[in-house]
Design a protein around this ligand. Structure first.
Ligand SMILES: NC(=O)c1ccc[n+]([C@@H]2O[C@H](COP(=O)([O-])OP(=O)(O)OC[C@H]3O[C@@H](n4cnc5c(N)ncnc54)[C@H](OP(=O)(O)O)[C@@H]3O)[C@@H](O)[C@H]2O)c1
Length: 338
């Protein structure tokens, strides 16, 4: 297996990363441990989490996914074997929605909150350092210089190895890269966008962000590469919804004529290779020029095992063309020529 370099950083990652938003939400702790064991045994190394995972689960104050990973690393003594990527930005108030309205201001990208949030994440994860510390989304109320200066201090103090951004627009990403150049701050080495063959954000990513990442050598770690499960093939036209807490949301967001056509095209390629649809959806991503490693989510070892072979699934040019024909957006003349 060839590990992929994360942008121009010194990190090398298995081509499929493991998301852990499910841990403490739709996967309990023993299941989470089993998924982590299976991922590591297969050669996987990048584990993506966030301080706020999973505040949307009932009675969950946040930090639960990080705490599960912390207990896992302590019990397996395999810290050196994995890369831990976590995030800061979301509200970690005593009530999940308290956030910026709380006098404690336990959210955002201020110097005060970043330093506190990192300390909290290190404690929950039971580690001395975080490999990739990502800003979860923009905080428009705080100057980017303040954010980058605080993040730089974390790197220089050894608490964090590399910095990444998530959910940034192209201009925000360029603004951050320029600020790093101008002031000598540490620079984002990766972007975590929402991206899949059927995601509504695909066009925005390919129009601008993907090209920023290629040009400035940022690694790309897309989330929801299976559109939350839609691209596994278990959602079908006019069929009852599958058993998933996300099913209603997926029906609302993903069911469209175009997406059903994309699913049909993926199913055809999958049938030709004799593999599950989800593997073709992931393999399509891995064939994109700017791609480092999609971050998948799994609720069981069986789900994970079904996805991992995508790392070595090779699609033919004609198959990629067929998938692009059904899913593509139309570039303007300026975009074609630039
Ligand atoms: N930066 C951000 O803002 C952000 C946002 C969202 C997620 N993330 C990260 O990205 C990770 C992945 O996101 P995601 O969960 O939306 O990714 P996804 O890979 O698109 O969807 C994962 C879901 O698909 C279903 N699934 C997976 N494998 C399957 C299989 N073999 N057969 C049938 N169903 C299967 C499972 O849901 P069911 O079993 O419920 O159907 C699973 O939870 C998260 O864990 C998190 O680390 C980041």
């Amino acid at each position: 297996m060839t590990y992929r370099q994360l942008g121009n950083s010194g990190l090398f990652v298995y081509p499929i990363a493991l998301g852990t938003m499910q841990f403490g939400w739709t996967a309990d702790e023993p299941t989470s441990f089993a998924i982590l064991d299976a991922f590591v045994a297969a050669g996987g190394n990048l584990i993506d989490t966030a301080d706020i995972y999973s505040t949307w689960a009932p009675n969950n104050p946040g930090g639960v996914s990080e705490a599960i990973i912390g207990r896992y690393l302590a019990s397996r003594q395999n810290r050196d074997r994995v890369l831990i990527a976590t995030k800061v930005r979301g509200a970690m108030g005593t009530g999940a929605t308290e956030g910026r309205n709380s006098p404690l201001q336990r959210e955002g990208l201020s110097r005060k909150w970043i330093l506190q949030a990192c300390e909290d994440s290190l404690r929950r994860l039971q580690v001395d350092y975080i490999d990739l510390y990502q800003v979860h989304w923009v905080d428009a109320q705080v100057p980017i210089e303040e954010t980058l200066s605080a993040l730089t201090d974390l790197v220089r103090r050894g608490y964090v190895r590399y910095l990444g951004a998530s959910n940034y627009s192209a201009w925000r990403l360029m603004q951050a890269l320029w600020a790093s150049d101008k002031h000598g701050y540490e620079r984002f080495v990766s972007l975590q966008p929402e991206y899949s063959i059927a995601s509504p954000t695909r066009e925005a990513f390919e129009r601008e962000l993907g090209r920023v990442c290629e040009t400035y050598q940022l690694g790309v770690l897309p989330y929801s590469p299976l559109a939350g499960g839609f691209l596994t093939g278990k959602y079908r036209r006019n069929q009852p919804l599958p058993d998933s807490v996300r099913a209603q949301g997926i029906a609302g967001q993903r069911f469209s004529d175009k997406n059903w056509q994309i699913l049909d095209a993926l199913s055809e390629v999958a049938a030709r290779h004799g593999v599950p649809v989800a593997q073709v959806a992931l393999a399509w991503q891995l064939h994109q020029p700017f791609m480092t490693a999609p971050i998948i989510g799994a609720n069981s070892v069986a789900q994970l095992q079904e996805l991992l072979p995508a790392a070595t699934l090779s699609l033919e040019v004609g198959e990629l063309e067929a998938l692009n024909t059904v899913s593509n957006w139309e570039p303007s003349r300026t975009e074609r020529e630039s």
